[in-house]
Design a binder for this molecule. Structure first.
Ligand code: ITT
Length: 186
């Protein structure tokens, strides 16, 4: 079976990536490696820089992913700092910042950087949606209880893994990676 190695410390991400790539016949293994995170407003630059550090050390088919949540009414906050904001003010803190705000639109943006032949190739997946009034649902991780993807009335956390992966930022980014890999001589 074809296989990629993903450098992540987040087990939820790894489980989602495995489920997303399974139908493409691509297996996923965790690469235990330090992920260098540069500061940049754009997840594409963050993922690319992390891959540029890993590629010479770990070689082909190593993948690193960076995800940001950009809330329109907050000028794109927390963006690539989603993990820090989750750990500090948490979902309640984010909801508080949006109290009384009518426009709750947001976008999840996921950048997947692949090492191949000494080069880095980046695939991006985006899902637009809105921030819920209250956390809802017990599935998923991170901001899932407060993110409602466009076209749904349920939060990611209420949808279940399969339904989330079918429309999610990560689902789209990794599907693009898989399509590209399978069209190359992987
Ligand atoms: P690695 O960098 O080790 O891969 P991480 O959790 O730090 O893991 P990111 O910086 O890419 O990963 O993600 C930042 C945060 O964004 C993450 O900790 C979650 O809180 C949130 N996040 C990412 N993907 C998400 C998703 O699909 N649903 C909800 N929250 C998500």
């Amino acid at each position: 079976m074809k296989k990629i190695r993903v450098a992540t410390g987040n087990p939820h991400k790894l489980a989602e990536i495995s489920a997303i790539l399974k139908p493409f016949g691509i297996a996923v293994e965790r690469l235990e490696a330090e992920k260098v995170e540069v500061q940049d407003d754009d997840v594409v630059a963050v993922a690319r820089k992390a891959a540029e550090f890993l590629c010479p050390r770990y070689g082909d088919y190593v993948v690193v992913e960076d995800t940001g949540l950009y809330i329109d009414a907050l000028g794109g906050f927390p963006g690539p700092y989603a993990e820090y904001v989750y750990r500090t003010i948490g979902l309640r803190g984010v909801l508080k910042l949006l109290e009384g705000v009518a426009d709750r639109s947001a976008v999840f943006r996921c950048a997947v950087a692949l090492c191949l032949g000494g080069e880095v190739r980046v695939f991006v997946g985006e899902t637009r949606g809105r921030i819920a009034e209250e956390p809802r649902g017990s599935g998923g991780f991170g901001y899932d209880p407060i993110f409602i993807p466009e076209g749904s009335s349920l939060t990611y956390a209420e949808m279940g893994e399969e339904a989330k992966n079918a429309v999610s930022h990560r689902g789209r980014a990794f599907a693009a990676l898989a399509a590209w890999l399978l069209s190359s001589n992987f």
